[in-house]
Ligand binder design. Structure first.
Ligand SMILES: Nc1nc2c(ncn2[C@@H]2O[C@H](COP(=O)(O)OP(=O)(O)OP(=O)(O)O)[C@@H](O)[C@H]2O)c(=O)[nH]1
Ligand SMILES: [Mg+2]
Length: 434
């Protein structure tokens, strides 16, 4: 047991690929069946709930199907410069859901090719549809597109797969939708008593239930367990001021519908330098191949610099098409100037990725900053349906008891009032008062 626990954190980065390839090759058939049945189950469930297909199977990707972008070259006579946003808004059929890129087949094939020098060279010479007058957003979006073309080895823009959330947030198509009601729902949802379901040190220990999962990843001592406790309103996960506190992959279940996963920290270099590289076998298998993992929150301490292990983690998640988002922790302990530096560094790193959401969430467990954002993000990404849970909460034994108590109190007050009135009436009659 101890030796297995020690293994977490020992796997050098270059052997992760090897291990992964070995895992997928040796258990090829099992995994295909597993992934296929898991995906099917979610798809059916999603349809039943009339949820959008892509909100359940993540990460959602879109594909440019229109040739407009390419045809409208600057030198053609009918060329009229438009912003990307205008193009997207004018052509509703412009985007197409690809359901999921983390299909069983794509997992088995491994990460997409990283560099295709020919395409890279072509793209360098010519911007696709921006010029010096274009807005910053359009240029940013174009850069992302070019990166995607290189990564996916596509010379034609119409074949590129683009993360849906990237388009929506970058171009402002999706408005900020977090309303008071969302926050109320999140509070109600996370008020439910959560419990530790599984502590895993090997992949065989991973829970068999196919609930959607979101995981918290980051360097040791960055505040993963603390953040999880803040989200769940209670001190469930062990927290320590010493690094290396969480040593197993801990699955906390909520409502029998969702897992929040607290991961051991990486970069815990107390033992030796050798052991400090990224994460171990179980961790890499969980993070890079788990079909039920909907999102990874990558936590970075706002007081420190972005560590090389963080960059490695970002690129590994990106290559394996795991949707992830950066969370800055402990902002109560940093200064605005330090925050600005790390924020800008991270923004630049995010530009290099395709599966990292552009928004960086800033949190502090001390004054509960950013916790609502994380809660609503979790609920959105895992497709938790407000009505179902509100009904369930209203019919929970606790709420039924509460309602009964309130009713009893009401009846008691009513009786008291009636008694008081009748006594008053009697007194009035007795004393001849009108
Ligand atoms: N001031 C402040 N301290 C925090 C915050 N979040 C976490 N901490 C402190 O940071 C220390 C480490 O927190 P943990 O939650 O154990 O960190 P972890 O990332 O789970 O660490 P490992 O389990 O070792 O990977 C604890 O002393 C926490 O009290 C925060 O937002 N503000
Ligand atoms: Mg921890």
């Amino acid at each position: 047991m101890l030796s297995l626990i020690k293994k977490i954190g020992e796997c050098p980065i270059n052997s992760i690929y090897k291990n992964n390839i070995n895992i997928t090759q040796s258990t090829f058939k099992q995994q295909v069946n597993h992934y296929a049945s898991a995906s099917k189950e979610y798809a059916n469930e999603a349809r039943k709930k009339e949820l959008r297909y892509h909100s359940i199977l993540k990460p959602s990707y879109i594909r440019f199907t229109s040739e407009q972008l390419l045809k409208k070259k600057k030198n053609s006579p009918d060329y009229k410069k438009k912003t990307i946003k205008e193009y997207l808004e004018e052509s509703p059929n412009f985007i197409e859901d690809l359901n999921t890129i983390r299909s069983p087949e794509s997992l088995i094939k491994g990460p997409l090719p990283i560099k295709t020098p020919k395409i890279e060279k072509t793209l360098k010479n010519e911007p696709i549809f921006t010029d010096e007058t274009s807005t910053e957003t359009d240029r940013y979006f174009e850069k992302k597109l070019q990166k995607l073309m290189i990564e996916q080895g596509k010379e034609n823009i119409s074949e590129v797969r683009i993360p849906m959330e990237l388009v929506e947030t970058t171009l402002g198509i999706k408005e900020e939708t977090t309303t008071k009601k969302d926050i109320q729902f999140a509070n109600m949802f996370f008020n439910k008593v959560a419990s530790l379901d599984t502590m895993a040190i090997k992949s065989v220990d991973f829970p068999k239930k196919t609930f959607p999962q979101v995981a918290f990843l980051g360097k040791s001592n960055v505040g993963k367990s603390t953040l999880l406790n803040s989200i769940l309103h209670r001190d469930l996960a062990y927290v320590s001021k010493n690094a290396g506190c969480t040593k197993t992959i801990n699955f906390y279940q909520l409502w029998e519908k969702l897992y929040l996963v607290d991961l051991p920290g990486y970069g815990f270099a107390k033992v030796s330098k050798k052991k400090s590289t990224v994460w171990g076998n179980a961790m890499s298998e969980y993070l890079l191949t788990s079909p039920n993992l909907f999102k990874v929150f990558l936590l970075i301490d706002s007081r420190s610099q972005v560590h090389k292990n963080d960059i490695e983690a970002m690129s590994l998640l990106d290559q394996h098409k795991v949707a992830f988002q950066i969370v800055l922790t402990k902002i109560d302990k940093t200064t605005p100037s330090m925050l600005r530096v790390i924020y800008n560094t991270l923004k630049a790193e995010i530009q290099k990725t395709t599966c990292c959401l552009p928004t960086i969430i800033q949190t502090s467990a001390v004054d509960s900053k950013g916790i609502d954002d994380i809660r609503t993000t979790i609920l959105n990404v895992t497709g938790m349906d407000r009505e179902t849970f509100e009904k369930a909460a209203a019919n929970s034994p606790l709420m039924i008891k509460k309602r009964e108590k309130e009713n009893r109190k009401k009846v008691k007050n009513q009786k008291k009032k009636e008694l008081k009135n009748s006594v008053l009436e009697q007194w009035k009659i007795a004393n001849n008062v009108t």
